[in-house]
Design a protein around this ligand. Structure first.
Ligand code: SLL
Length: 222
């Protein structure tokens, strides 16, 4: 039988909000290139993955691997502890594969997200001319950040304890409003589970009584 920690809890999912993406700053006197960076690099940038609530991602994330454009030397970069971010410089935009590996207690396979590294601002209008000629960055920082949720379906008991033990693992909803959170959902499922077991016990008892009566009836008939 599987160890208690590896047993999976059926019928529930836990979702963890994350944000990922990059910010980039044009190279200027006050934002110089890092030592040794090629002179044609126009921006410094940082790629990152974080928990959207500010929680420490390393609670369940073992490492994050950023796969950069092949123009970068050693284009596969591994970050093994928080903050899971990578600082670099460059001249062009490209798609980054961000692979998240979970702690082994999680019993979860790795997950890959894709992000378009942005250096230049998005065009200000829907005018096709402005798309053809993206504004050359004399502006300041450009950010491209996405929100997502990692959903752990039927987590292991250990993972469940880990993910629900930490305060603030839910997004800060407005406390004046009644919101049906994942926590409520879990409590509701627990209640349904308990009620189902009570009904099952009553059903078993009635079935047993019925069988006994049936035996008695047969005996009286014979
Ligand atoms: C483009 N398709 O043409 C993209 C590729 C590659 C960006 C962008 C660093 C290179 C180096 C760098 O910025 N690569 O360090 O040699 O826009």
């Amino acid at each position: 039988m599987a160890a208690a920690s590896q047993r999976r809890i059926h019928g529930i999912s836990i979702s963890k909000p994350i944000i990922y993406g990059n910010y980039a700053d044009p190279v200027t006197d006050s934002n110089p290139l890092p030592p040794g960076a090629p002179k044609d690099h126009s921006h410094t940038w940082t790629l990152f993955v974080k928990d959207a609530t500010g929680q420490d991602l390393s609670l369940y994330v073992k490492k994050v691997v950023f796969k950069l454009h092949e123009t970068y030397p050693n284009s596969t970069r591994t970050v093994e502890k928080p903050p899971f971010e990578l600082r670099e410089s460059g001249w062009g935009e490209f798609e980054v594969a961000i692979r998240i590996y979970f702690n082994s207690v999680c019993g979860e396979r790795s997950l890959t997200l894709y992000h378009n590294l942005k250096l230049h601002p998005f065009p200000a209008s829907s005018d096709p001319a402005s798309i053809a000629q993206p504004a050359v960055s004399k502006v300041g920082r450009v950010e491209s950040v996405l929100y997502d949720e990692i959903v752990f379906n039927e987590p292991t008991e250990k993972m469940f304890r880990l993910l629900t033990s930490v305060p603030g693992s839910l997004l800060p909803y407005n406390s004046n409003e009644t919101v049906f959170t994942k926590e409520h959902e879990r409590e509701e499922l627990d209640r349904i589970d308990k009620a189902t077991r009570v009904i099952q016990r009553q059903l078993d008892k009635r079935t047993k009584e019925f069988k006994e009566l049936e035996v008695e009836r047969q005996r009286l008939l014979s």
